[in-house]
Design a protein around this ligand. Structure first.
Ligand code: AHM
Ligand code: MG
Length: 346
């Protein structure tokens, strides 16, 4: 028996998510449908990230109840003490991504070297780099943490070494994003076609579209930097911050600094403003990692109408030399970034 469509029924509106029920998986499929020849591999890859981050979110939510708070007893490659949740988050992402045969290599903040997944296979088309739990020193005090990720395409020049796969400038990222484990859990991602935000509905276990096509305000009202290091910042950063404090951007600013880059950036993305992690005496090359922290954040910022620099040039133009390379980072709205460029002599 055939069931005729009700006359006038507009089923497209369901696919457009106009009923407020578009999941991230549906959104990825819809985005993918725009590129001819898309095979579905990419949405399967991203579903590895969404699955892993839902598992991480669940652990983060139970942090005070289970024996998951505190140090793991080892340090990572950066010499930083690993938290138990860092280890859980890393292993969960590695586990979920290892099932995706479109992935050739993965690289994590928590592992010294990238890991080969299916790189020998002709169907392996992507490398994924991530920080499994950014800002994890905040876990013990119930403050937001996040996961950042960046997806890169297999080099098309036949080079099969891991450096060629992973050490690519941010401007060629295929997709990037973060998950913020905050008062709610949110996934924010881009594939170069705008920035979209999804909130995890814990009752159904799905990320539901909550922020479509996020645009950063042209100017915000917050600057975000670790003021304790002020005297160590290079002169141009100190002069820029003084300029903001003295009302040089035409309004009174407040300061906000959470100490979790994902959370500090998320506020900057939605409310505008500027987030800075300049060079310091302890980290003269900056603290944040280029490949899996600065690059995804810079890609998102540019897609939302902002920009990101290392104080010398565009973050996304930097050719990485090593996997855990650090960089200074200044990211924010148009007006704040234009003012910074003047102080940076650009
Ligand atoms: P992590 O990857 O080891 O967690 O370190 C990165 C974090 C960022 O989330 C945050 O912006 C920065 O470190 C805070 O550092 P500081 O305490 O020096 O201000
Ligand atoms: Mg980290």
């Amino acid at each position: 028996m055939t069931v005729p469509n009700e006359p006038g029924a507009d089923f497209d509106r369901f696919q457009r998510g106009e009923n407020g029920l578009l999941t991230v998986q549906q959104h990825i499929l819809r985005e993918q449908g725009r590129s001819p020849g898309a095979t579905g591999e990419f949405s399967w890859l991203l579903s590895g990230i969404t699955l892993a981050t839902k598992m991480i979110a669940s652990r983060v939510r139970q942090a005070g109840l289970t024996d998951i708070i505190g140090e793991y007893g080892r340090s990572n490659i950066q010499g930083e003490k690993q938290q138990k949740l860092d280890v859980y988050a890393n292993e969960t992402l590695l586990h979920c991504l290892s099932w995706r045969d479109s992935i050739g290599f993965v690289a994590s903040e928590e592992n010294e070297l990238p890991m080969a997944v299916h790189h020998g296979s002709p169907s392996a088309k992507y490398a994924v780099v991530f920080d499994p739990l950014d800002g994890s020193s905040n876990i013990d005090v119930n403050v937001s943490v996040g996961t950042t990720f960046s997806v890169l395409r297999r080099p098309d020049d036949g080079r099969e070494d891991v450096s060629a796969w992973v050490l690519q400038p941010g401007k060629v990222q295929v997709a990037a994003g973060y998950v913020l484990y905050g008062s709610s859990t949110m996934l924010v991602y881009t594939t170069g076609n705008g920035v979209h935000g999804f909130t995890l509905d814990p009752a159904v276990g799905a990320y539901i579209m909550s922020h479509e096509n996020i645009r950063m305000p042209i100017q915000g009202g917050y600057y975000s930097v670790n003021e304790a290091y002020h005297n160590e910042f290079p002169e141009m950063y100190r002069a820029y911050l003084d300029h903001i404090r003295k009302g040089g951007l035409g309004k009174r600013y407040s300061t906000r600094y959470i100490g979790s880059m994902v959370a500090d950036f998320h506020r900057t993305l939605l409310k505008g403003g500027v987030f800075l992690y300049p060079p310091t005496a302890e980290s003269p090359g900056g603290k944040l990692r280029l490949l899996y922290e600065a690059n995804p954040i810079a890609f998102l910022a540019e897609q939302a109408g902002g920009s990101a620099t290392d104080g010398r040039g565009r973050i996304l133009d930097i050719q990485p030399r090593s996997i855990h390379q650090r960089t200074p980072l200044v990211v924010g709205s148009q007006k704040e970034m234009e003012a910074f460029a003047k102080f940076a002599g650009k």
